[in-house]
Design a protein around this ligand. Structure first.
Ligand code: GN1
Ligand code: MG
Length: 371
């Protein structure tokens, strides 16, 4: 077994690999993501300059083939650079990683840990946004991300997590885990489990439409929560799209849907007071307007018709993933309190129910912005 190094030792080792010289004056862990470990580091160079970086350790339990992630990031960055120019605004609209001395955009350390480094970009990734204008702009940027890549060949991309948004397989996995009941938790979530099986048709539809070719595969981000968007702290203008780990071929409906799941919830993702959870129509319209007015440049009619279902499907899917992880003993998503994954599952389920109740409204609103 390889011995784990301390964070500072790892960062010093990485600095050598990246040719960054100087003394570490700040090293702070950022706790917002559920998967990777992120560290904000300030280095004082021998000439007395302050340089700020983000050092991120990729969770290789979740991303078992991290090279595929870094390959995909190179493919999309090069595509955008070629299309718009190296110093174009578009090139800076996605996060870019530094190359190390070997010319690679990642580094593996002696203890087996997998890292990447980027220059810190000033801005904020908000965990809560309640300003319609900011939600609109976030929707626009995720639509813009897909638009910039709408002519990028999906065959060049790897699947960083196979079947990531195959909701049907997610549901099968939940069924299997509930049967195994490894932590004796199933009796505490029977109503929730039943909800998934009573509504299993939600899991099938988009998978079917993709497999039959009705919906095309696109280059998608696959994790379009608004805290994956860096925003200017004062003007609140979006700066760039973050967290490119799950960029791979996927459905446009999933990106729109995950964006709505986050942006249009009245409450936070893990709210325990379910009376606060539901679809906020002002937020829904803002994000939808931003996304659709940009994405209609390339979306087919079938795709536009799939967007509302995308929001419901992704919310249902994430609820099932949180529930599975709860039943499994919390091995996947980081938790910060007891029953955290159960709370998350219940909250997302509640949101999915409200989307079912408002489905016609969602479809009509999307169509309105498509015209
Ligand atoms: C995870 O780590 P983070 O917060 O960017 C998850 C997403 C979920 C999200 C829910 C690779 O993303 O699929 O939607 O949590 N990422 C992965 O907050 O599973
Ligand atoms: Mg992510």
């Amino acid at each position: 077994m390889i011995e784990e190094l301390s964070v500072t030792r790892r960062i010093k080792e990485l600095m050598q690999l990246y040719g960054i010289s100087g003394e570490i004056v700040v090293c702070q862990r950022n706790n917002s993501g559920h998967i990777n470990d992120t560290h904000y580091v300030v280095v004082l160079t021998p000439r007395g300059n302050r340089r700020e970086f983000i050092f991120q350790r990729v969770n290789t339990q979740v991303f078992t083939e991290p090279l595929k992630i870094m390959h995909n990031i190179s493919v999309i960055s090069e595509h955008i650079e070629r299309k718009y120019g190296k110093n174009s605004r578009e090139t800076y609209q996605i996060m870019s990683y530094l190359n190390n001395r070997d010319g690679k955009n990642y580094a593996e350390l002696s203890d087996g840990s997998f890292w990447r480094v980027n220059e810190f970009v000033e801005g904020v990734a908000y965990d809560q946004i309640d300003q319609p204008k900011v939600l609109h702009d976030t929707g626009y940027m995720f639509g813009h991300f897909q638009n910039m890549l709408s002519d990028c060949d999906t065959n060049k991309l790897e699947y960083t997590i196979p079947d990531f948004h195959n909701t049907k397989k997610r549901l099968d996995a939940l069924r299997k885990k509930a049967d195994e009941d490894p932590c004796n938790r199933v009796s505490r979530v029977e109503d929730e489990i039943n909800f998934f099986f009573d509504n299993s048709q939600i899991a099938d539809e988009l998978v079917k439409e993709q497999e039959s070719g009705v919906l095309p595969l696109r280059v998608t981000h696959n994790d379009t929560k608004y805290n994956n968007m860096l925003v200017h702290a004062v003007t609140k203008e979006p700066i760039c799209v973050l967290d490119l780990d799950t960029v791979m071929p996927g459905l446009s409906a999933h990106d729109y849907g995950d964006g709505i799941r986050c942006a249009a919830n009245k409450a936070v993702e893990d709210e325990t007071d379910l009376s606060l959870v539901g679809l906020d129509k002002t937020y829904f319209e803002s994000f939808t307007k931003g996304f659709v007015t940009e994405a209609k440049n390339f979306l087919t009619e079938a795709e536009v018709n799939s967007l509302a279902l995308g929001a419901l499907t992704i919310t249902y899917e994430l609820a099932s993933r949180f529930l599975l992880d709860y039943i499994d003993g919390d091995n996947y998503f980081k938790i910060s309190r007891r029953d955290h994954n159960r709370d998350r599952a219940k909250c997302q389920m509640q949101l999915a129910k409200d989307m079912i109740a408002n489905f016609d409204y969602m479809e009509n609103t999307i169509k309105r912005y498509y015209q």
